[in-house]
Design a protein around this ligand. Structure first.
Ligand SMILES: [Zn+2]
Ligand SMILES: [Zn+2]
Length: 174
C-alpha cells in the first residue's frame, strides 16, 4: 500500500522506518521535511520550506505545513516556540531537553537536562495533573553577540578609540 520510493541513502531508509513506526504514510514531502529538520535543528517553517524545495522544487507550502503538523503530532518532530519567536522544529525528541536562546540574534542551542532533579523542576503542587514535560528556556546572549557587546564596551572604555571610531554605533544608551 505504500508508494514505493527509491532511496539509496541509509538515512532516508531510517526516516521511512520512523514514519512507518508511527503509522504515517511515507511521502516525499514528509521525508524531505524530516531530512531538513534533522540537518538544521531549530529551523522555522520558512527555512524548512526553502530546504525542502531544494529537493522537491514543486512542493507547496501547504504540503510542508501538513507534514510538519503530522510529524509533530506523531512526535517525530518537536515544536518549540520561545516567547516572541516563530515556531521552530527539531528532530531531537523524547528527552525533554532544554534550550538557550540568544536575545540578540535568536540563535537557539540545545541544553541537556541538568543532572539529578533540581528542586525547581519538581512542582510543589501538581494540582492533580499528570505532568509529562517541563519547559525550560534560558535567555541571554550567544558568544558572538556577547563578544560584540564587549567590543562596544571596550570602545566606550577607551576614549581615544571612542573618538577615532565615532562612526560605530554604540548600543549602550539604555
Ligand atoms: Zn546571538
Ligand atoms: Zn532542541
Amino acid at each position: 500500500m505504500f508508494k514505493k520510493l527509491h532511496k539509496t541513502a541509509a538515512v532516508a531508509t531510517e526516516f521511512e522506518q520512523q514514519l512507518r513506526s508511527v503509522s504515517l504514510r511515507v511521502t516525499q514531502p514528509r521525508l524531505a521535511v524530516l531530512t531538513a529538520v534533522n540537518t538544521h535543528p531549530h529551523s522555522d517553517t520558512d527555512s524548512i520550506i526553502a530546504s525542502v524545495r531544494q529537493k522537491l522544487p514543486g512542493v507547496s507550502h501547504q504540503a510542508v505545513y501538513d507534514s510538519l503538523h503530522a510529524l509533530t503530532e506523531a512526535a517525530l518532530l518537536r515544536k518549540i516556540q520561545p516567547s516572541g519567536l516563530v515556531a521552530r522544529y527539531e528532530s531531537r525528541v523524547g528527552d525533554n531537553h532544554h534550550h538557550v536562546v540568544c536575545r540578540s540574534c535568536r540563535r537557539i542551542d540545545d541544553i541537556d537536562c541538568a543532572v539529578g532533579d533540581p528542586p525547581c523542576m519538581t512542582p510543589s503542587d501538581d494540582h492533580g495533573f499528570v505532568i509529562d514535560e517541563t519547559e525550560v528556556i534560558h535567555w541571554g546572549l550567544c558568544p558572538d553577540c556577547a563578544a560584540a557587546v564587549q567590543a562596544d564596551a571596550d570602545v566606550i572604555a577607551d576614549p581615544v578609540t571612542a573618538r577615532t571610531t565615532s562612526k560605530i554605533k554604540i548600543k549602550n544608551d539604555s
